[in-house]
Write a protein that binds this ligand. Structure first.
Ligand code: GCB
Length: 639
């Protein structure tokens, strides 16, 4: 059998094309005009182990029940498929896997007045979706939602049966985000026949599958498609300028109301765009900066029309927080007050479920953040689930929202195809997250090869584009390049630097940290006069390992690394350092390498969320910082 190097291409599916971008992507919410049917639970599943991974398309597995074309297994959704079975071939699988689920659609949904939308919260990496054997959409990118209107397809099948088939391909290439390469090794003396590996330049396991909820939801034929809200305030007056797009109706009458936490209407407006004024506005404040953080209003948007004796309407309620963000040469201001990021970098990662959204884990993580006294996190290294962003809004946890631009190390990943996809991902990310009060900055990449010649044009374009999508938030990328040669740094609003002194450099030599960290900050600030966040620092710990004097991988060594970094932060935060984000919140799975002992162990919590010694040290510090820099009432230490 012939196999060409393209056989693992993510664009194997017929007539590949991106999902339609120029519409909204409002999070599905029930209302008097909208219903939701969640499709979480068990799906039928089969990985295509054929040599070219293309058998599913050749045999059109989507045309009939998946069980008719071969054996299927149970697969939970949402979850990564990798750790669900005991089969190493599935854990390390590369190529197309097939998911299928049958659902009965209420007969009332299949009507002339209703839209039925199939929405996938995220699927890593490339997806093709069929309903009753008819292709309804394709999507590239593993961390953002996509959806299709399917009522036409359902109408052809009046019984209400709806068979949803989703093929997902985890293959990463030089043009995907994150990038990767597929290596075919043809050496029968050293490797088995048809040997293929996926190489990546990022430090987390390439988990795949249907990672976030899949659902059906309805809207009326004419519907609220998108809402954009920008907020500011003057004295005690909150100002919300909004824009509503209604599709399917030529002259919509839009009504907007703003309700406070108790559900009382405090202001209203009519028309598809306008400015709402709220007197005595409750601002959205970060956790530990105010006694009532994360204050959200509910913006009720509705559209109504009276057509031949009937009322048509659509109703949608969007949570909104009123706050401002600003960057000066030395400060990050939220609501005009200096904000110091004392937080974490995270991953979507856990035992068994991989990157699948998990409610208990999500709530546990927020409880741990609050226990720690963390006021912020970065979505390293890809957009997190919308449910997580909503939690951040409600709890006042500030977010640096990062796109999956991680591991851009090969010069071929700076070409036009990569750039245009990267721009499209920023479109999708800003479209999804623009209304989250918690999001205060966009990060377009993590540790790219920013010293390479094409990086200047690439990042200039990318950051200008992001600013044009959202003029209200600063934009950055996270660098580990040399300050003098970094070609992207001129375009960022905040310098975000990662460094691992006494770990990857001078391993075991804690005494270098004060010197090297000080030099790092002076160099960057000297060149750019922009505020700086230490966006990563840390050390691996195998929980339970102890030595004195401290040695690498022990609990004591991690504490000493942190302590040494903190001493420098404490001097520099009086000048221009505006934040510190530990690497990492919790241990997480990676590819297998000689530097990883069943994953990355730089967590201050284990993968099961048990604290290591470093967590207690950080907790002391973060609460002290909150007391010093926040607006907490005296004595509010340790809840
Ligand atoms: C980094 C990367 C992060 C890694 C971390 C490490 O600089 O941004 O993805 O996991 O270092 O532990 O090496």
């Amino acid at each position: 059998e012939q196999r060409s190097p393209t056989t693992y291409s993510v664009r194997e599916g017929p007539s590949a094309g991106l999902a339609y971008h120029s519409c909204g992507m409002l999070f599905p919410r029930e209302s008097s005009s909208r219903e939701i049917k969640e499709l979480n639970g068990l799906w039928n599943f089969r990985a295509d182990h054929s040599l070219n991974r293309n058998l599913g398309f050749e045999q059109a597995w989507y045309k009939s029940r998946l069980a008719e074309s071969g054996p299927v297994i149970d697969m939970p959704v949402p979850a990564s498929y990798n750790d669900i079975t005991q089969d190493p071939r599935l854990r390390d699988f590369i190529g197309w896997v097939w998911y299928e689920r049958e659902v009965l659609v209420p007969s009332g949904w299949v009507s002339e007045e209703t839209r039925v939308v199939l929405r996938v919260g995220s699927a890593h990496y490339y997806s093709v979706v069929w309903v009753n054997g008819i292709k309804v959409m394709e999507h590239e990118g593993g961390h953002l939602p996509f959806e299709a209107e399917i009522v036409e397809v359902l109408r052809n099948n009046p019984g209400g049966a709806c068979r949803i088939t989703i093929a997902v391909n985890n293959t990463l290439t030089l043009q995907t985000l994150p990038p990767g390469t597929i290596q075919h090794i043809d050496d029968p003396t050293r490797y088995p026949a048809d040997y293929v590996v996926q190489n990546t330049n990022f430090d987390f396991f390439n988990y795949a599958g249907l990672h976030r909820p899949v659902m059906l939801y309805t809207t009326p034929k004419a519907y609220v498609d998108d809402i954009t809200v920008l907020t500011t305030f003057a004295d005690n007056i909150g100002l919300l300028s909004y824009q509503v797009s209604v599709l399917g109706s030529p002259n919509p009458t839009v009504t907007v109301t703003l309700s406070d936490k108790d559900g009382c209407c405090v202001a209203s407006s009519t028309g598809p765009s306008g400015v709402i004024k709220v007197t005595d506005a409750n601002l959205w404040w970060p956790y530990l900066m105010h006694e009532n953080p994360g204050y959200l209003y509910s913006m009720g948007v509705s559209w109504a029309a009276f057509i031949v004796g009937s009322v048509y309407e659509d109703v949608y309620a969007l949570p909104v927080g009123i706050r401002t963000v600003q960057v000066t040469n030395t400060q990050f201001l939220i609501n005009n007050k200096p904000f110091y990021f004392h937080g974490v970098n995270k991953h979507e990662d856990a035992d068994i479920r991989g990157k699948g959204l998990d409610w208990p884990l999500m709530v546990k993580d927020f409880n741990l953040l609050k226990w720690l006294g963390a006021n912020s996190f970065r979505t390293s290294h890809y957009p997190y689930a919308e449910e997580i962003m909503q939690m951040a809004d409600r709890h006042g946890i500030v977010v640096i929202d990062e796109c999956p631009g991680v591991g851009i190390k090969d010069i071929r990943s700076f070409g036009n195809a990569s750039l245009s996809h990267h721009l499209a991902v920023m479109d999708e990310l800003v479209r999804r997250d623009k209304n989250h009060a918690s999001v205060v900055m966009w990060s377009v990449a993590n540790e790219p090869a920013a010293e390479m010649p094409p990086a200047g044009f690439y990042f200039k374009t990318l950051m200008a584009h992001t600013k044009s999508l959202d003029p209200t938030r600063p934009v950055t990328f996270i660098t580990d390049s040399n300050f003098a040669r970094d070609k992207g740094a001129p375009y960022v609003d905040v310098i975000c630097v990662n460094s691992y002194f006494s770990w990857y450099h001078d391993p075991g030599h804690l005494e270098v940290i004060p010197f090297q960290l000080n030099t790092q900050f002076e160099n960057w600030y000297g060149k750019y006069q922009k505020p700086i966040i230490q966006s990563e620092y840390g050390a691996d710990v195998v929980p339970g390992l102890h030595t004195d004097p401290p040695m690498m991988f022990t609990e004591e060594y991690q504490k000493m690394v942190l302590q040494n970094y903190h001493d420098v932060f404490d001097r520099k935060r009086k000048e221009y350092v505006i934040g510190e984000l530990i690497w990492n919140f919790a241990d997480f799975m990676t590819a297998q390498t000689v530097t990883r002992v069943v994953g990355n162990k730089k967590g201050i919590f284990s993968r099961q969320r048990h604290p290591k010694a470093g967590a207690f040290l950080l907790r002391e510090r973060y609460w002290r910082l909150a007391n010093e820099t926040g607006l907490l009432p005296v004595g509010a230490r340790y809840p």
